[in-house]
Design a protein around this ligand. Sequence first.
Ligand SMILES: Cc1cc2nc3c(=O)[nH]c(=O)nc-3n(C[C@H](O)[C@H](O)[C@H](O)COP(=O)(O)OP(=O)(O)OC[C@H]3O[C@@H](n4cnc5c(N)ncnc54)[C@H](O)[C@@H]3O)c2cc1C
Length: 498
Amino acid sequence: MVSGDRTMAKDYDVVVVGCGIAGLAAAASAVEGGARVVVLERSPRGERGGNSRYTEAYLRMSSETEVSPDFESGLEANAGGYLDPELVKSVLKAPDQWPPLLRSLSFADPELVSHFARAVPEAIAWLKKFGVRFEFFPTQFLTQATPRLLPAGGGLAIVEALAEFAEGQGVTFYYETAARELLLGAKGEVIGVRAHSRAEGPIDFRGQVILASGGFEGNPEMLTQYLGPGAHFLRPVARGGLYNKGEGIRMALAVGAAPAGEFGNFHAEPIDPRSGASEPSVMIFPYGILVNRLGERFVDEGSDLVDRTYEEVTRAIWRQPQGIAYCVCDSKVKGIPAYSRAIRTDQPAVEADSLKTLAERLGIRIATFEETVRRYNAAIQPGPFSPLTIDGKRTQGLTPPKTNWALPLDKPPFFSYPMICSVVFTFGGVKVNTRAQVINSDGDIIPGLYASGEVVGMYYGSYLGSTSVLKALVFGRLAGVTASSSRHLAGTPSSLRS
Ligand SMILES: Cc1cc2nc3c(=O)[nH]c(=O)nc-3n(C[C@H](O)[C@H](O)[C@H](O)COP(=O)(O)OP(=O)(O)OC[C@H]3O[C@@H](n4cnc5c(N)ncnc54)[C@H](O)[C@@H]3O)c2cc1C
């Protein structure tokens, strides 16, 4: 809309929507560049940080100066379905010579992905300036395909360090203030955002706008719209996701932004539905079996290293009756070194000395469950069990098969955790260029509009694990730097000044 009414207006160079890692990296970078910056945040101050506040923030890096060897290839391998080869071959040209259809195409464009990967080490070095420290702490994955660097104190440490810096540099924060609508100038450029403050009512914040308001994991209507009818069985993996209701994406699409990222998909993680803790995950399933409410297995629980498989397994759980499954192990699993690292729920296991009693306690079909376990035990092939590497200890003649870690369920007490599919974040977002400027559906820049973090659509198919915090950090930095350096070009038309 064009602002022309009597809503209170406040002028800045840069208006950042969202106070997670993406928004704070943007705000800190913009203020370093000399801009007058305001951050709008839906939550109260004590809850600031959205998903970033709750993540341990695994980073797909081999060291502080190198991303993992598969970083670019992994993102490009999930580039976006069956792309038109005639169109996509133009990626070999310089980006300014790409046809508009390619510039606005929904795919993980290799130029953007390699720019992202190259920018990571510098962004980590930048974060260290604010006192954030990194180490290879143990993760919840007992088997993993890639190293993961972690910030000491997780995402919250990054949120607090960047927010403290921004506050010290004079960035203004409006908490309990939700952005609702972009303000456009006469030529279609973005000149600000209309927000609603709980304390002050509607306010127009004028300046260039950086959308860093996360995905739509906290919006049941959008989840159902894009993911389908089973969406009501999903819930955000942590409370921070509930603040992300998708307005940033909606606002950008409403002014013509090109959609990017797979709107019908999301990053899934298995959690215990009985727990209200943050990320109450259960990653022990490769060593047991997963059954649904009917008492049937439905997925290969051990097809690969757990950090490669948990997303697909979790999505399979979502497709089961009532969107729930039960991981069943026997007491041998408790002999696996550090097995409890793979169990984050604060709720106790359901235990029993017999399979029948376990099924009764879980409320699943007893006879089918007993038959499922009998057939599973009978199908296990001899061979050594090696829990921390791919061991090939498999079933034969069983559907679905179990490819690794097929231990018989024969040593009581048996124990089990219920598991549902949680949404860590949604994949659908908007297209940006290597300066984090939002691209419209005609392949052109929308002047005055930037996006970072989950608002940037880049993921399709399987999520390349431990890249989302880095995406927030890198595109937040790019947006803040670009917006502060172009602020002199982005004057608000005088007709709109109060
Ligand atoms: C428990 C958990 C574990 C995770 N583990 C990992 C991991 O190990 N590695 C990894 O890379 N990623 C991980 N992720 C994902 C990662 O944390 C996020 O994708 C990333 O932090 C997103 O940052 P962001 O700034 O884009 O969004 P967020 O951090 O969610 O910030 C968005 C902010 O915008 C605010 N907001 C929303 N709408 C509005 C509005 N209309 N107006 C004003 N403010 C608004 C929200 O309140 C929120 O503060 C995990 C996430 C969770 C929750």
